[in-house]
Design a binder for this molecule. Structure first.
Ligand code: NAD
Length: 462
């Protein structure tokens, strides 16, 4: 596949400071498809310097003009949609149709939403005898994971640019080609030199250098809770703004009045999409004891129907990790009703859609984030117990509630310690704030709430 052998810094592709490279592997056949440079501290320095130089002019650019550039970026993403989908499929492994609809489609929606928000957001308000200005925070260090490679980039870069910030991006090592395509799109959209910069590389080298860089004013990180804690500590020590979008272990709560077949079917589809590599996936299905056996049968049937249609996991490490969790579930006494730890194909990092019944809330598979196509069905006796189970992990990113009417589901959802809940299969809303309670993170992405993360206020009294 096409790859750049340099970094996108100051509006051009520049030679990398070091000589090491990262191999990009197609997880469907385990073949190396490209190499990208492994950035080091010098690359990060150069990128932060470029972002710093570009900041005053971009911050002073009228919001309508920033909006026009973001709209142009959206248009380039639309024009290159097929190429984006093919690239995500090659390096992440998602089936092409899913890549087209979700991996290319959602970032286009989000970029469009920020083109509109940049133009309409109230960057100035009157409060009594004061005028309050919302001003950009400065240089943003954005660190993204591989599971929604373009969405996570756009969900940071578009609001940062809308706010008037400049950005240095360090994308995940597994999916750098999508990030390089994004840099090309930024260039084509006529976004001024230095406003967006890309450094590919390892998390422990380039990522760490970016998170700790004194020239970075805000670190926005999406990834594992373990790395998020480290980044939060580094940012805290420097009194630097930080946004953390971390892991999840979300509950799909099916109340007894719900349409069981629909709730189970949508719940299984929610986890199997992207092969379970979705931080907000509803990996714990909570079912009332009176409907438990029926739900288990429906879930097993729905998972079996997925069969071969899900893509592989992203890499060998995830493949071993997810299969290890499945083995652990069996060892701890959960009952496999679909899938299992055996690899369904000889080549590629595939795992069968897997469903466990008789899962108890304290089991490892009900507590830890597996990040694979694995659903745990947990029994509850009454609503209070369902709530205790739903809230009984360190995470609080997302969830779902199903009931005969929305009001009943809403009453339950309001008691959940989690940042986003879908009521009776509610649709994705690119303007709704997304982010975690508890150890799922700090801060929000998307919509006006996501934009405000990149702003700081100044009040003038009259
Ligand atoms: P990860 O934390 O290993 O890596 C994420 C990013 O951080 C990568 O770019 C990586 O190179 C970088 N990184 C790694 N170590 C670093 C360090 N010491 N300093 C600075 N940067 C470093 O996570 P992952 O395995 O790539 O992604 C999976 C995780 O991401 C899952 O736990 C998932 O739940 C989470 N996630 C959360 C959200 C959300 O919005 N809450 C969205 C997607 C993924």
């Amino acid at each position: 596949m096409k790859a750049h052998d340099g970094m996108y810094i100051g509006g051009e592709w520049r030679a990398a400071a070091g000589t090491d490279t990262i191999a990009v592997v197609d997880p469907a056949d385990e073949q190396v498809i490209a190499h990208v440079p492994a950035g080091i501290a010098e690359d990060v320095d150069a990128a932060v310097f470029a972002a710093h130089e570009a900041f005053p002019a971009w911050a002073a650019t009228p919001p309508a003009e920033r909006a026009a550039r973001i709209a142009a970026l959206r248009d380039v993403l639309v024009a290159r949609k097929d190429e984006i989908a093919e690239t995500v499929t090659a390096e992440l492994g998602a089936p092409l149709q899913f890549s087209q609809m979700v991996h290319a489609g959602v970032p286009i929606l989000v970029a469009g939403s920020y083109a509109e928000l940049a133009a309409s957001y109230a960057f100035e308000e009157k409060v009594g005898n004061s005028t309050v200005y919302a001003e950009p925070v400065g240089v943003v260090g954005a660190i993204t994971p591989w599971n929604y490679p373009l969405h996570q980039i756009v969900a940071k870069v578009a609001p940062a640019l809308a706010a008037g910030c400049t950005v240095v991006l360090k994308p995940a090592e597994d999916t750098p080609l999508t990030a390089q395509l994004f840099a090309e799109a930024v260039h084509e959209a006529g976004i001024p030199a230095g406003v967006f910069n890309l450094v590919t590389g390892l998390g422990t080298v380039a990522g760490q250098a970016l998170a700790a860089h004194p020239g970075v004013d805000l670190v926005s990180f999406t990834g594992s809770t373990a790395v998020g804690k480290q980044i939060g500590a580094t940012a805290g020590a420097a009194v630097k703004r930080v946004a953390l979008e971390l892991g999840g272990k979300s509950a799909n709560v099916i109340l007894p009045s719900a349409d069981l077949a629909k709730a189970v079917g949508v719940g299984i589809a929610n986890v199997m999409g992207n092969s379970g590599q979705t931080c907000s996936a509803w990996t714990r299905m909570l079912v009332h004891t009176s409907q438990y056996d029926e739900a288990v049968a429906l879930a097993a049937e729905a998972a079996a129907k997925y069969g071969d249609r899900i893509g592989p996991l992203v890499n060998a490490k995830q493949h071993a990790r997810v299969r290890g969790y499945i083995e652990k579930g069996v060892a701890e006494g959960a009952r496999l009703v679909a899938g299992g730890p055996e690899a369904p194909r000889e080549q590629g990092y595939f795992v069968s859609p897997t469903v466990f019944a008789d899962v108890t809330p304290e089991m490892t598979i009900a507590q830890e984030e597996i990040f694979g196509p694995v659903v745990s069905i947990i029994r509850y006796e009454d609503e209070d117990e369902a709530l205790r189970i739903a809230n009984g992990t360190v995470y609080g990113l997302a969830g779902a509630v199903w009931a005969a009417d929305d009001a009943e589901a809403v009453a339950f959802a309001r008691r959940m310690d989690t940042g986003q809940v879908d009521i009776n299969g509610g649709r994705f809303n690119p303007l709704a704030p997304f982010g975690g309670y508890k150890q799922s993170g700090v801060g929000r992405e998307l919509g006006a709430h996501g934009l405000s993360e990149y702003l700081q206020t100044k009040s003038l009294q009259f």
